[in-house]
Ligand binder design. Sequence first.
Ligand SMILES: Cc1cc2nc3c(=O)[nH]c(=O)nc-3n(C[C@H](O)[C@H](O)[C@H](O)COP(=O)(O)OP(=O)(O)OC[C@H]3O[C@@H](n4cnc5c(N)ncnc54)[C@H](O)[C@@H]3O)c2cc1C
Length: 396
Amino acid sequence: MTPETSPERHIVLAGAGIGGLTAALALSGAGFRVTLIERNAALSELGAGIQLSPNAHRILDSLGVIERLGRDCVQPLEIRLNSVRAGGLVGRVPLGDTAVKRYGAPYCVVHRGDLHRALLAAVTARGDIDIHLGAAVADAESDDDGVTVEVQGEDGASTLRGDALIGADGVWSAVRRRMLRLPSAQFSGRIAYRALIPATHVRAEDRVSSSVWMGPRAHLVHYPIRGGEALNLVAVVEDDWHEEEWSAPGDPEQLLPRFADWPEAPRSLLQRPDTWLKWALCDVGPGTIWTEGRISLLGDAAHAMLPFMAQGGAMAIEDAAVLARSLTENADTPAALLAYERDRKDRVERVMRTARDNARTYHQDGVGAMIRDMGIRFLSGEKLLHRYDWLYGWRM
Ligand SMILES: Cc1cc2nc3c(=O)[nH]c(=O)nc-3n(C[C@H](O)[C@H](O)[C@H](O)COP(=O)(O)OP(=O)(O)OC[C@H]3O[C@@H](n4cnc5c(N)ncnc54)[C@H](O)[C@@H]3O)c2cc1C
């Protein structure tokens, strides 16, 4: 199809998280005028890690973000699958050079703050993206000619006019709930505790590899970040606490008893952090639409998912690239937004289903855990990786 971008088309983005910043880069690179509105007065990210699989890495590389991360990006050699029932290792999924050879891009792990800084530096370097901090998108109305966006800033309310509004405003999206009247993401009955520890005194293999420990009604993921200087810990437990917060303090006294009868290796890691942050895990059900007229959604606002495939951020990054392509290929903005949603839906729903399946698999007990461990042992590491070719090998 012939590109029909008209340079004056103006896209308003709500939210400068991973999805909003990547979309700003992709859209402005494709010739659109971009306004990015972020509720927080200062841009920052949680002190935690994030995994960047090859499908996301490829897009960030094409947008000039990866070169800004430098040695902050760590390529784990493998994912070590451990079972509490078996007392240790049951499988190893090769990453490192194997992932590069198979998918043409590495599987990396990085500190969220470093990723956010690299994205922001790339956005700032473009010089043509209009960023408004400390301003929240409060309402929007779509008509035949454009969209009117109401913005609530520290100095009061103002309006701006654009060709489309994209809600990249996260799991508790106001654009999703207020402007598109879609149901909120639902609490999954699981919470994630996150912490960083220095990588001193951790086992040599833990400084170069990612690990998952699967146990009854809980699991632990850890991987090295910041060039291997720190270890990122994510402990997931079944619980009924849920609040709309990114960074509620987590009490080690509530967390540690859940792991009291686990093997020494994961317990000794869990005992090290003085402070934890906790996060209620939510997802949206399959089948919901996320576009109406000139308003659409991206990232967690569109399809919040459980983090058990480590793909929420990656899907937001893919959304951004597909959105820019769709708007470039179609001068009719509402039609382009519908085409973008159609293009993304099957893939993100498959990832969401796989993440829900992993939630069940990781937390098995008794016979279920025994069958899971036998299944992992039966498959070679390469075969375990190849099951995800559809995900990591994705190209636009
Ligand atoms: C424990 C855990 C581990 C995870 N691990 C991984 C992983 O390894 N790999 C991976 O790919 N993903 C992972 N994820 C998922 C990933 O963190 C999210 O999918 C990703 O951050 C979503 O990005 P986003 O830009 O859509 O939303 P967000 O990052 O939430 O950004 C939304 C932005 O919108 C702003 N905002 C909110 N309301 C408004 C408004 N009204 N107006 C303007 N701005 C507004 C917010 O301040 C925020 O800056 C994990 C998630 C969890 C919980």
